[in-house]
Design a protein around this ligand. Sequence first.
Ligand code: GDP
Ligand code: IMO
Ligand code: MG
Length: 429
Amino acid sequence: MANVTVIGAQWGDEGKGKVIDWLANRADVVVRFQGGNNAGHTIVVGDKTYKLSLLPSGVIQGKLSIIGNGVVVDPWSLLDEITRAQGQGLGISPDNLILAENATLVLPLHRDLDGAREARAGAGKIGTTGRGIGPAYEDKVGRRAIRFADLADPEALEVKIERLLAHHGALRAGLGLAEARPEEILDQLKQLAPKILPYVKPAWRVLGEAIKEGQRVLFEGAQATLLDVDHGTYPYVTSSNTVAGQAAAGAGVGPTAGGYVLGIVKAYTTRVGEGPFPTELSDETGRLLGERGHEFGTVTGRPRRCGWFDAVLVRQSIAVGGVQGAVLTKLDILDGFETLKVCVGYRLRGETIDYLPAGLRDQAAIEPIYEEMEGWSESTRGARSWKDLPANAIKYVRRIEELIGAPAVLLSTSPDRDDIIMMLDPFQG
Ligand code: GDP
Ligand code: IMO
Ligand code: MG
């Protein structure tokens, strides 16, 4: 099997960026297939730390990187990110970065709407990243979005802006936002066009050719299954499908092209923003996990909520996402805990259930059923082989494999690129 699709299996920030960067060494092309600059990945290579958001995590290894049609792209943010990456010595140019011509633009008016809605939502707020992701996807599905190909055609662009503002005008008035001026948006986009158009291409063709030539493609997902607009903890989700099934539609290839599906799984659980979190710990242990795991959002700097590993949720993610193998990350953060708890089921009004119900009332009522495991006092940080792991850490990994219904094919033991234990090469999976 030549290709690999990487997705998050919890609520994001599982360490996808680190794993994709590491796997990119074995790939020829890396293509991002959904999300936008709500994603934030930290990748550590020796003494260098890279923060990526829209750029596929293959750029560090210098692989051909494609931002697929399924991504919503804030072009100004992308240009800033390219400049920052170039400043860190990464050679990014239209020769190795392609932006799908049918990808949707995120505009300042999308951010305005995101912010205004969240500010008014009170207790009902979602806790978005404020990057305009939801509103941009709404315009895409509403068939009024500006796409990158439109930047090459100023006359058509003018008509599209009028159409877009016919919708946003009413929303902005209702929310008390200042009127958006079409000529200002046109002007901004005309200035942007010469900077961004060199990257804009029919990405599906490039990808199709690469696949035909037998090149290895790595499909990069952002966010994670529990933030998926269908399968996540709706409405506390992002506005795209994050599961592996989206890789094909969001990149412009057939449903079998994605190859081996790899789910990234953190050894405990975190979540940023609002929404249910059955194993959340609001005590000293939760605080300790956050402190040791440096659990602060890459995009917004918000502290991430922390809790014990929830095997019920991950098993569900693995099932709906068709995950074949897991990468267990941040095992080292559990070093030194005397006992570890793993959620193996839920109690709901006296009954035991083994899945997350979709209704909000049920989600709020469930209580986790825990299994306790003995921790380990030795350090696993930086371990690169099974034999460097304490017996109890191995037991923990084995029990998780059993509970989630997928083998751990890779194990990550520090932020650094090379601190990985490989049991199976996903490209050979
Ligand atoms: P992503 O959004 O899934 O790419 O994950 P983030 O980059 O937002 O968050 C993961 C954080 O954990 C980053 O700061 C990584 O550098 C760090 N990280 C990744 N893997 C490991 C690991 O195995 N151990 C430790 N200690 N940190 C890790
Ligand atoms: P990566 O790729 C963690 C969360 C937000 C919020 C919800 C909706 O780094 O794992 P949005 O701005 O998308 O409308 O926000 O989704 N969220 C993430 N949480 N990691 C991410 O990406 C996220 N992207 C969005 O915090 O709860
Ligand atoms: Mg992240």
